[in-house]
Write a protein that binds this ligand. Structure first.
Ligand code: GUN
Ligand code: ZN
Length: 441
């Protein structure tokens, strides 16, 4: 006899998005004050008023009462570096010096036995503690770093996109592969991990500066051979970087053209930073469907510049948001959006709390092409869930005394929130972090 499927239902204030608040306004979100999220076999089965849904539950269903907390789809981080957990908060440098002085030093340690495993465990613990259930992740150049990361993610059943970095020049010898070995090792990792459980592979040439034309061509070949894999890289982050990249590829019309002529600009391309973009580069993004990934805490910390979200929108370019740890300074997507708000303020642009919360759930899911799987509570979606206590800190509880409506409450959450507001995180309906979580297997 087979056991009947386990049903778990989370009760609380449900909030999720069905459209883009910048386009659809209030019609973009669903909010149920006393709601029930019914989960069966790890997938969303139903959402709605608790009073109605409770009556329809089987007697053996487990009900977890999270009232008065908010229940939202798990957060999504579109660009983050697993090997940089011990690079975060390194003093006083802009991009190229920061890479050479701090980042490339730390990334070499991933050749040591057990180090990538240790960092992957910490990294996933930290993401889940921050309510982040999916991320697009850079590993180091070592194939075993991606192997370690995917193994740990698979164990936790998290939906992760990751790839081994490819770099064959302008980095320490110990951190370089070759055009040929980078291709071969990436290909083997794709065969082993892409589509295994919830794991997805991203072809990851670090950026034009650390790849020869031969290696970018090899990465482009991989992308053509595996069109369902993502591509992730960096572009137009820093003025000195752009000058160097242009010198290395004199035949390219601009930085975006370097990637485009190697077959690396398409709808699955996640292009980190996009700060100093020319008119033609924005056009190339709009034409190819490439995604601009906005990393506000990193852009401020490394003094890189201000991302122009309004311009990207106006040009019809998809935008995702990300922490970019360790150039970024917080694992929290709430903190990330608080800094995004300030970056936009400096340019006379606005970002409502609804737009911010949409960006880190359904918005990022759509930008990654995964909105049929994650990012909302439509029936059939994977039940990755974050439970938020909007008054978790003394200052927030105090401020909440004066909020008058949901929009104000959510704006305080986005502006002052961080991992302390994460009451619980669920992956495929299983509790994996939060106050009542007692540790993993
Ligand atoms: N450009 C190339 N590599 C990196 C990196 O690790 N972090 C950031 N912020 N930019 C990069
Ligand atoms: Zn990065």
């Amino acid at each position: 006899m087979t056991a009947s499927p386990v049903i778990r239902a989370l009760r609380g204030r449900l909030l999720w998005f069905v459209g883009d608040p910048e386009v659809a306004g209030e019609a973009a979100y669903r909010f149920v004050e006393d709601g029930l999220l019914v989960i069966e076999n790890g997938l969303v089965k139903a959402t709605g008023e608790a009073s109605a849904l409770l009556r329809a539950l089987p007697a053996d269903a487990e009900i977890v009462d999270h009232r008065p907390h908010l229940i939202m789809p798990g957060f999504i981080d579109a660009h983050i570096h697993m090997p940089q957990t011990q690079v975060v908060a390194s003093y006083g440098a802009q991009l190229m010096d920061w890479l050479n002085k701090y980042t490339f030093v730390e990334e070499q340690k991933l050749s040591q036995q057990g180090h990538a495993e240790k960092l992957s465990r910490f990294f996933l613990d930290e993401l889940l503690a921050n309510g982040t259930t999916t991320a697009a992740v850079y590993c180091s150049v070592h194939p075993q770093s991606a192997e370690a990361f995917f193994t740990e993610s698979q164990r936790r059943n998290t939906r992760m996109i990751a790839g081994k970095v490819m770099m064959d020049r302008n980095a320490p010898e110990a951190l370089t592969d070759t055009a040929e070995s980078g291709y071969r090792d990436s290909k083997a990792l794709i065969a082993r991990w892409h589509g295994k459980g919830r794991q997805l592979y991203a072809i990851t040439p670090r950026f034009a500066i650390t790849s020869t034309p031969e290696q970018l061509a090899a990465a482009g070949r991989l992308a053509a051979e595996h069109p369902d894999c993502h591509v992730q890289t960096h572009i137009d982050e820093n003025r000195a970087e752009i000058t160097f990249a242009r010198e290395l590829y004199p035949e390219a019309a601009d930085y975006a053209d370097i990637y485009r002529r190697h077959g690396l600009l398409g709808p699955k391309s996640l292009m980190g930073h996009c700060i100093h973009m020319t008119h033609n580069e924005w056009s190339a993004f709009a034409e190819t469907g490439a995604v601009a990934v906005f990393c506000p805490t990193s852009n401020l910390f490394l003094g890189s510049g201000l991302f122009d979200w309004a311009h990207a929108r106006q040009r019809g370019v998809k935008v995702a948001v990300a922490t970019d740890i360790g150039g970024g300074t917080s694992y929290s997507m709430l903190r990330t959006m608080a800094e995004a708000y300030k970056v936009l303020q400096l340019q006379g642009q606005s970002l409502s709390a609804f737009a911010a919360l949409h960006a880190i759930t359904r918005g990022n899911a759509a930008a990654l092409g995964l909105d049929h799987l994650i990012g909302s509570f439509e029936p059939g979606r994977e039940a990755d869930v974050v439970v938020l206590d909007t008054g978790a800190t003394r200052a927030m509880a105090h401020r909440m005394e004066t909020v008058r409506d949901l929009a104000e409450e959510l704006f305080v959450l986005v502006t002052l929130g961080d991992e302390r507001n994460i009451a619980a995180t669920y992956v495929m309906g299983e509790l994996v972090a939060g106050a009542s979580f007692s540790g993993g297997a």
